[in-house]
Write a protein that binds this ligand. Structure first.
Ligand code: ADP
Ligand code: ZN
Length: 731
């Protein structure tokens, strides 16, 4: 690594802060000097704020008026490659630098000194008197098993005052101790013997290792059906990276970050990796953030934002389930962690492994064109085989009203569970019923602040808007015609499907996996692990279940409505349906027992359904790619979405129209602008939403043109504008 630039006391330095200012500000280097990249505290008006020394100051101001850096924080300076990455990511996503820096400093207490501090754990005694507040504290300690918390963190999680915790300390029910902060993570041993790899797996691992050894940037698509051993293979690349003394990062969709996965890492390397996701305590977040910078952690396993940790020397980034839509952050800074991983790796001579059974079209095309290497694992490990898939033609099944499981499927499920195996019924719809209609007047209950229908959630006894999250008690009378008792559910959600299952299989143990039925990511993961151990006969799930869990007893998958995803007008509808159906059916028969999958469909001849059933993947990708190419759509063209929103419908349309009139910077690069048009969801939380879509040729510098275009107009105060480069969804 290059020697970092050093500034002596009094030198002018430019400091980037997380405050929404247009640029870095000049300060004088403090007593003792500082390195470029140092984390510092600087005065800003009457406050002190966090910042990073970005480089030499610009000068040009009255030197007498320039203030000094207050102090240099005790954290490893941000490396040059990391600073360069943040700038490139900001340019790519058209995000202001302060917002980028906020992403990279999302850990608590960065300004606190590193000395020991007091932490709290479960003590040996029971409290003399149990109150609701005390019980909550003990529950939190219980839930995180053995973890230590700071006082404010524990009180915050339990929703009690710090006095309650202190009271429990007096009684010995909570133990208070001095603990060193931020100790390094246990070293992972890459040379423990892993599983004996099959010939295919060994060849794949060898190719990935060679990339690591070369010490250069490179991206590889690791494509293989679920259960083919992709994880085993990329763990060998991790091992090689650790041997080289460099750090590795494995990104997973949040929901796939289960203790099952962590246990696998532990089995391979003899210790647990650093973890970064929403279920990690603040104390651990801070420790991991610091250790990433100091090199005190070898492997980090995390959700998408782990990509912005200040790794000291990152040599490998694995993006598992790379097609997963949760890698795209859809609010705040709009970025796609998969694409940013490639960007970051390119700047630190790191390798990227994109693992998937069903890569996204962009990745498939990049592999075809040779931009990415590609490795295929074609067989499932051991006896496990990809299940045969068949269509159930719903036009020929006899179904009673308000029933969704066809007689054919019922029979299949019954057969499986009688043999002690598990069946999964997949329906990608949360709640009880997607529509509530009044049988007296035909009114459909909608959200009062969005352009969306309210979804009945019987478990919550409420109507919920899936756009804004607003909810209301289930009314007894129609809000429109006031008729009592005439409201009726239309169509199924997973909760309603569960009712049907309970009636048809009264003796089966049924588990419903839907994100809204669990209070926390942790509770959901526990449920998943229980199911994996055999804690249910029938699993009913939304797209949550498609994400990389291992259910060894699962041998039958029934997709309730395979046509659901085909209805959208979305650019990616076909691709998404294809991925989802293949992923879901990949859940069946992962262990020794043979699995099978059934798709209930009314369009068995639809090209997407046919491609899913026949398994003609490459043909599907080629057809889909040809269609995109003909339309000049990504990845053969570029898109940027502009979303405007305002409480004032006239204002938002006027502003959009004015933007459209001034599109000359876009025309210059051969890009067109479409809109303004009402967004598919035209109102959210009372704000009217309007979209413009910019479509440009591949290779044009779209971001620069968009920035110039938008820079022409000042955004009025109550109007919000956000730019979505490479949009994934169009809601
Ligand atoms: P993928 O990541 O492609 O879904 P995994 O790596 O999770 O596949 O492998 C699926 C299952 O098969 C896991 O339980 C894994 O431990 C097991 N497995 C894969 N390869 C081997 C191997 N060579 N030896 C022993 N078990 C293996
Ligand atoms: Zn709403």
């Amino acid at each position: 690594m290059a020697e970092a630039q050093f500034f002596v006391e009094g030198d002018l330095v430019a400091v980037l802060t997380t405050e929404p200012l247009g640029r870095a500000l000049d300060y004088k280097a403090p007593e003792g000097g500082c390195f470029a990249g140092a984390f510092v505290e600087v005065p800003l008006g009457p406050r002190r704020v966090l910042g990073v020394v970005w480089g030499p100051g610009e000068g040009g101001f009255d030197p007498a008026k320039i203030r000094s850096v207050t102090r240099v924080l005790d954290a490893a300076p941000m490396g040059e490659a990391m600073r360069a990455f943040l700038m490139r990511a900001a340019d790519y996503t058209l995000t202001p630098m302060p917002a980028m820096l906020r992403l990279a400093t999302r850990a608590p207490g960065l300004a606190d000194p590193p000395g020991p501090r007091k932490v709290y754990r479960r003590g040996w005694q029971e409290p003399d008197r149990m109150t609701a507040a005390r019980a909550r504290v003990l529950e939190v300690l219980e839930a995180y098993g053995g973890a230590a918390f700071t006082l404010s963190e524990l009180a915050g999680l339990a929703g009690v005052t710090t006095g309650v915790v202190k009271g429990l300390v007096k009684q010995g029910a909570v133990a208070e101790e001095e603990a060193p902060r931020d100790v390094p993570y246990p070293r992972l041993d890459p040379d423990l013997s892993g599983k004996a790899l099959t010939e295919d797996q060994a060849a794949a691992a060898e190719r990935l290792r060679a990339g690591i050894t070369a010490g250069r940037y490179g991206t590889t698509l690791l494509k293989g059906v679920t259960g083919s051993g992709k994880t085993e293979v990329y763990l060998e690349a991790v091992a090689e990276c650790l041997r080289k003394g460099r750090q590795a990062l494995v990104l997973l969709p949040e929901i796939a970050l289960t203790s099952e996965f962590l246990a696998r890492v532990e089995e391979r390397f003899g210790a647990r990796p650093g973890e970064w996701h929403s279920g990690v305590t603040q104390t651990e977040r801070r420790r991991l953030w610091r250790m990433a910078g100091e090199g005190g952690v070898g492997l980090v396993v995390g959700a998408r934002s782990a990509l912005f940790l200040p790794f000291r020397d990152l040599g490998l980034i694995v993006v598992d389930e790379e097609h997963d839509t949760s890698y795209k952050q859809e609010d705040g800074v709009l970025y796609n962690a998969r694409d940013m991983a490639v960007l970051r790796a390119a700047m630190t001579d790191a390798q990227v492994v994109l693992a998937s059974a069903t890569p996204c079209l962009e990745t498939w095309v990049n592999a075809e064109s040779g931009k990415y290497a590609r490795i295929d694992l074609t067989a499932r490990f051991g006896a496990a085989e990809l299940p045969p898939m068949r269509a159930i033609d719903m036009r020929e099944e006899r179904l009673e009203a308000s029933r969704w499981i066809s007689p054919t499927l019922v029979q299949m499920v019954a057969g499986r569970i009688a043999g002690g195996e598990q069946a999964l019924l997949f329906l990608n719809r949360r709640g009880y019923a997607p529509v509530t209609i009044c049988r007296a007047c035909g009114h459909q209950i909608g959200c009062h602040q969005c352009d969306a229908r309210m979804v009945e959630h019987r478990f919550l006894k409420r109507l919920v808007c899936h756009q804004c999250g607003d909810s209301a008690p289930m009314p007894t009378a129609c809000p429109s015609c006031k008729a009592e008792g005439r409201l009726a559910p239309v169509g199924p959600g997973v909760e309603r499907l569960a009712e049907e299952v309970a009636e048809r299989f009264p003796d089966a143990r049924v588990a419903v996996l839907s994100s809204d039925l669990f209070g926390s990511a942790r509770a959901l993961k526990e449920k998943i692990e229980e199911i994996a151990r055999g804690g249910a006969d029938i699993i009913i799930g939304t797209q949550l279940v498609a994400k990389g869990h291992n259910f060894p007893l699962l041998t039958l998958v029934g997709v309730i409505d395979a046509d659901l995803g085909l209805q959208g007008s979305d650019l990616r509808a076909a691709e998404r349906t294809f991925q989802l159906m293949r992923q879901v059916s990949g859940r069946a028969g992962r262990a020794e027992k043979k699995g099978e999958a059934y798709l209930q469909t009314c369009q068995p001849d639809h090209p997407v359904i046919r491609a899913i059933l026949s398994g003609a993947e490459e043909a599907f990708w080629r057809a889909e790619a040809a269609e995109r190419q003909a339309a000049g759509m990504p990845p053969y063209g570029r898109l940027a979405g502009i979303i405007l929103s305002s409480p004032d419908v006239q204002q938002v349309f006027d502003f959009g129209a004015e933007l459209a009139r001034r599109a000359w910077p876009l025309a210059r690069i051969g890009a067109q602008v479409f809109g303004p048009a009402p967004a598919p969801v035209a109102r959210v939380r009372g704000r009217h939403r309007v979209r413009l879509l910019v479509k440009g040729p591949k290779g044009a510098s779209l971001q620069a043109a968009v920035a110039e275009w938008l820079g022409q107009l000042r955004v009025p105060n109550n109007l919000r504008l956000s730019v979505d480069i490479d949009p994934q969804s169009f809601y």
